[in-house]
Design a protein around this ligand. Structure first.
Ligand code: KG4
Ligand code: ZN
Length: 338
């Protein structure tokens, strides 16, 4: 069976084809970052117009890469939420139209479930498995910070989330404060590599709160108040601010993730979302999991940031279970995981 999946929840227009026998056949992403960078963030109106322009070409390229025609597709899926309403609409409407035209099932997929399960995406030459092992999931993206007890496919228990900014949002807002290009996350990651992470002592909010809630807005404010007090604005000082800020985020994320795994009784930790690209987060979680004898599964590079491959993987699970969505199903910009 082959599923075509579309993803257009924010500023990436993506299409992927997943085959139950051969795994991922194609994954195309048209990024709009260059355009949004000129505005310092994602402009919804611009994003939806870009989705309209890019959608058809990414679908055509995905079919070409997979050496398939639309008539070879067994189901059509798209992200239904959460995300920007006007962006979600483009992908979901296109998928519905394709499903209707092809007379094939339609599958509306939760973007967060896509991220959450992306660490379980089969590797090259690995067969698709319906099995999702019990694990503690950490999703860290531009819009979400979630700790989830994964009991199996479709069985999730939310342990904690953020009270204010998401982890990626904190990176992007601090990037803006530092005058770095959008999105700040990858740039801070790069600059921090040459910085001293112990130079500035930033707050680790809610570290001792005894629950799995996060808060990153105080940390952003602490960076803001530090800036006028800096002795200089040299590249070395900027690198130290980035490394110290990043260390505070990583410290809170890894400490709470390990505590949640312990409380949920999980020996497997699955980490996903754009922020999981972060080099220091990957390193720190690797060391912490090894010390506690936990197995760490990180989403693969291209699967961390928004893509349609992760949507196609969840869609294949739904297709094998014949859990189809009604064609009348609408987008839900505030769709929750559980
Ligand atoms: O998962 P994603 O592509 O989109 C959402 O669903 O939000 O995540 C985007 C977020 C942005 O905030 C971006 O700055 C952050 O992921 N990000 C990073 C890194 N790469 C992307 N944050 C820290 N370090 C990185 N290397
Ligand atoms: Zn995402």
């Amino acid at each position: 069976m082959r599923v075509l999946a579309l993803e257009s929840s924010c500023d990436e227009t993506a299409a992927a084809i997943f085959c139950s026998e051969r795994g991922l056949l194609a994954s195309e992403v048209a990024s709009q970052i260059a355009i949004h960078r000129t505005y310092g963030g994602v402009v919804p109106e611009v994003a939806s117009r870009q989705h309209l322009t890019h959608l058809r070409p990414v679908v055509d390229t995905a079919l070409e890469r997979a050496a398939l025609r639309l008539s070879d597709i067994d189901a059509v899926a798209a992200t239904a939420g959460p995300g920007l309403a006007t962006s979600l609409m483009i992908g979901l409407s296109a998928a519905k139209g394709l499903a209707l035209g092809l007379k094939k099932p339609f599958l509306a997929i939760n973007h967060l479930e896509g991220h959450l399960l992306s660490p379980f995406f089969p590797g090259d030459n690995e067969p698709f498995s319906e099995e999702i092992p019990p694990a503690l999931g950490l999703v860290v993206s531009g819009g979400h910070t979630l700790l989830v007890d994964i009991q199996g496919f479709g069985r999730y228990r939310l342990l904690g989330t953020t009270r204010d900014d998401a982890a990626g949002e904190a990176f992007d807002k601090v990037g803006k404060l530092l005058g770095l290009p959008y999105p700040g996350g990858p740039v801070i990651d790069q600059l921090a590599r040459h910085g001293n992470r112990a130079r500035f002592d930033f707050p680790r909010s809610m570290l001792d709160s005894g629950d799995f809630a996060f808060s990153f807005s105080g940390l952003k404010t602490a960076v803001r108040y530090l800036l006028p007090k800096l002795p200089d604005r040299s590249e070395a000082t900027l690198a130290d601010v980035c490394a110290s800020f990043q260390e505070a985020v990583v410290d809170v994320l890894s400490t709470k993730t390990l505590a949640a795994a312990r409380q949920a009784g999980r020996s497997l930790v699955a980490v996903s979302g754009g922020v999981s690209c972060n080099g220091r987060l990957r390193e720190a979680l690797g060391a912490a999991c090894a010390q506690k004898k936990l197995t760490l599964k990180l989403a693969g590079g291209a699967l961390c940031t928004d893509n349609a491959a992760m949507i196609s993987f969840v869609a294949m699970h739904r297709l094998t279970r014949r859990e189809f969505s009604p064609i009348t199903m609408d987008i839900d910009p505030n769709l929750r995981l559980v």
